[in-house]
Design a binder for this molecule. Structure first.
Ligand code: UDP
Ligand code: MG
Length: 166
């Protein structure tokens, strides 16, 4: 398992697609999986939609449950041979720990470190449904609060590789 972390708009999705293609890994975007739940129109999807549209985080057991099911599907289909790349997860230290208990420990973690001004500029240009000014600010705020302890957790675990956006 490889994790790709970074603030909203840091390029996780773009670079994860390239990395997964380059190395033949299965690619799971947590944000995409959650948006698929929303699109499926279930009650759970409705709850998730309310959170995403406000820039809030989906509760840990829900995200980890959705990921666990997706990882199982990949393994069952025989597509995990070159590893699995998870993009945009975990968002909190609690999620990182829960994931290790429920799924397993990552071998490599990549963190795209980019300043908030750069993220704001990129998100403004992207224009997804949750890329409005107030929601962007909430996502940046949560990222600033939660991500340092996640990165530190993996740094101490000796699995962190890093890069600074330019
Ligand atoms: N999200 C979440 N937990 C995750 C990943 C995503 O709650 O582990 C939600 C959260 O509301 C976030 C949204 O999904 O703002 C979009 O996440 P994604 O990674 O697709 O986009 P980003 O904001 O990083 O560009
Ligand atoms: Mg993304």
């Amino acid at each position: 398992i490889t994790l790709v972390l970074g603030g909203p708009g840091s390029g996780k999705g773009t670079q994860s697609t390239r990395l997964a293609t380059e190395f033949g890994m299965a690619h799971l975007s947590t944000g995409e999986l959650l948006r698929q739940q929303v699109a499926s129109g279930t009650e759970l999807g409705g709850q998730i939609e309310g959170l995403i549209s406000r820039g809030r985080l989906v509760p840990d057991p829900i995200v980890v449950g959705v990921l666990q099911a997706a990882v199982k599907d990949i393994v069952r289909a025989g597509n995990a041979g070159k590893g699995i790349l998870l993009d945009g997860f975990p968002r909190t230290l609690a999620q990182a720990k829960l994931f290790e208990e429920c799924v397993g420990a990552p071998r490599t973690v990549v963190f795209f470190d980019a300043p908030p001004e750069m993220l704001r500029a990129r998100l403004g240009a992207r224009g997804r449904g949750d890329d409005t000014e107030a929601v962007i600010e909430e996502r940046l705020r949560l990222h600033a609060v939660e991500t340092p302890s996640v990165v530190e957790f993996y740094r101490q675990g000796g699995v962190l590789a890093g890069t600074r956006a330019t």
